[in-house]
Design a protein around this ligand. Structure first.
Ligand code: PLP
Length: 385
């Protein structure tokens, strides 16, 4: 890659693009062809076929994602969960054991708790802020450690540096779900993680119009994960590749704006007398603010908060909001609000939700790219209405 393309604003536009351009087209066309002519490939995995994740629309994304995360290689997948499940199945093959952070995205948590044992795999949940407690969970077959950059929906920031150190000391592969931070705010591989995972459905695409995932990191691991994905078939369609490619070009502009807007909204909420608590790592009151400041370039567009009063009062507040849409998911251009107890974390036992700080009245906000003043005004009228 051209050395002047070290900055993410340039990489999202230029990294991985074909040179010269295909038939002079500035934007890579969609290769809507299931198969390509045989041209002497020696291995099954190299035959050009959509399921084998190697059409030009896949390859440009692999190169661009590898550049954004400073990884050796990357793979796009049919969803964030396809990236997570295929990576874990690859790394834990043969009955492996996983150390996993105890507060995870609901789908990942469900995969561990509901599917692992029938697949012959095992896991132990760890308090990712208490590295001194991790060693006792190690087993002879422990192969990997799994954390999230910021937890969903409580925005806790685990001791990420300790996770890397622990993995290296015990010969484990370290994985991190970097969806909430996006490569704009944090590059886990530069901090020593082996693999960074993304739900590209969120910030990387940013337009709430597709589902996709990615895994980026060590080339030897990406090749193994790709080979398993080639068999499982969770490949991204070329048209979705094209949309993701287009969405990624504005990633840096969107996320920087969302960081700034979310910080202002979080400050407003934290100062409001009707608000009980706000979870946002950019606030000095956040328990991991110092760590977030040291590691991240921005604090993301995600936050959660609780109002004083009960669930019914929270529901009335949400109903009074006019600008945000009430919907799960995150990272898009429109501001979304949701109550995780009824959406992303509804599959979790209520006691488990309480233990990790997800009360029934917790509201999660994904800040979009609307004018910050309009957003803050709308929250103000809904709080005071
Ligand atoms: N990781 C995180 C942090 C998420 O929030 C989500 C979805 O909300 C996923 C992974 C799963 O991604 P997808 O819905 O693209 O499968």
């Amino acid at each position: 890659m051209n050395p002047s393309w070290r900055n993410i604003e340039t990489q999202v536009i230029h990294a991985g693009e074909p040179s010269p351009r295909v038939n002079g087209a500035v934007c890579l066309p969609i290769y809507q062809s299931a198969m390509f002519l045989y041209s002497g490939e020696q291995s099954y995995h190299d035959l050009k076929y959509i399921r084998l994740n190697n059409t030009p629309n896949h390859e440009v994304l692999h190169k661009k994602l590898a550049a954004l995360e400073s990884g050796e290689a990357a793979l796009v997948t049919a969803s964030g969960m396809a990236a997570i499940t295929t990576s874990l199945l690859t790394l834990l093959e043969g009955g492996g054991h996983l150390l996993a952070q105890d507060c995870l995205y609901g789908g990942t948590h469900d995969f561990l708790t509901k599917n692992f044992s029938s697949l012959g795999l095992s896991y132990s949940l760890i308090d990712a802020n208490a590295p001194q407690t991790w060693e006792k969970s190690l087993r002879p077959n422990t192969k990997a450690i799994y954390v999230e950059t910021m937890t969903n929906p409580t925005l806790q920031v685990a001791d990420l540096e300790a996770a890397v150190k622990f993995a290296k000391a015990h010969g484990l592969i370290s994985l991190i779900d970097n969806t909430f931070a996006s490569p704009v705010n944090f590059n886990p591989l530069a901090h020593g993680f082996d693999l960074a995972l993304h739900s590209c459905t969120k910030y990387l695409n940013g337009h709430s119009d597709l589902v996709a995932g990615a895994v980026v990191g060590r080339a030897d691991l990406i090749q193994k994960i790709t080979h398993l994905l080639n068999h499982l078939g969770g490949s991204l369609d070329p048209h979705a590749c094209f949309l993701l490619h287009r969405g990624m070009k504005t990633l840096a502009l969107r996320v920087r704006y969302q960081n700034e807007s979310a910080l202002q909204l979080a400050r407003f909420l934290a100062a409001h007398p009707k608000v009980e608590s706000v979870n946002y790592p950019g606030l000095p009151s956040h328990p991991h603010h110092d760590r977030a400041r040291r590691l991240f370039r921005g604090f993301s567009g995600m936050m959660s908060f609780e109002l004083k009063g009960d669930v019914a009062a929270t529901e009335r507040f949400v109903a009074r909001l006019q600008l945000p849409l009430v919907a799960p998911s995150l990272g898009g251009v429109e501001t979304l609000v949701t109550r995780p107890a009824t959406t992303s974390h509804s599959g979790m036992a209520p006691a488990e939700r309480q233990r990790i700080g997800i009360s029934d009245k917790l509201v999660r906000v994904s800040v979009g790219i609307e004018a910050t003043t309009d957003l803050v005004e709308d929250f103000k009228q809904a709080l005071e209405g």
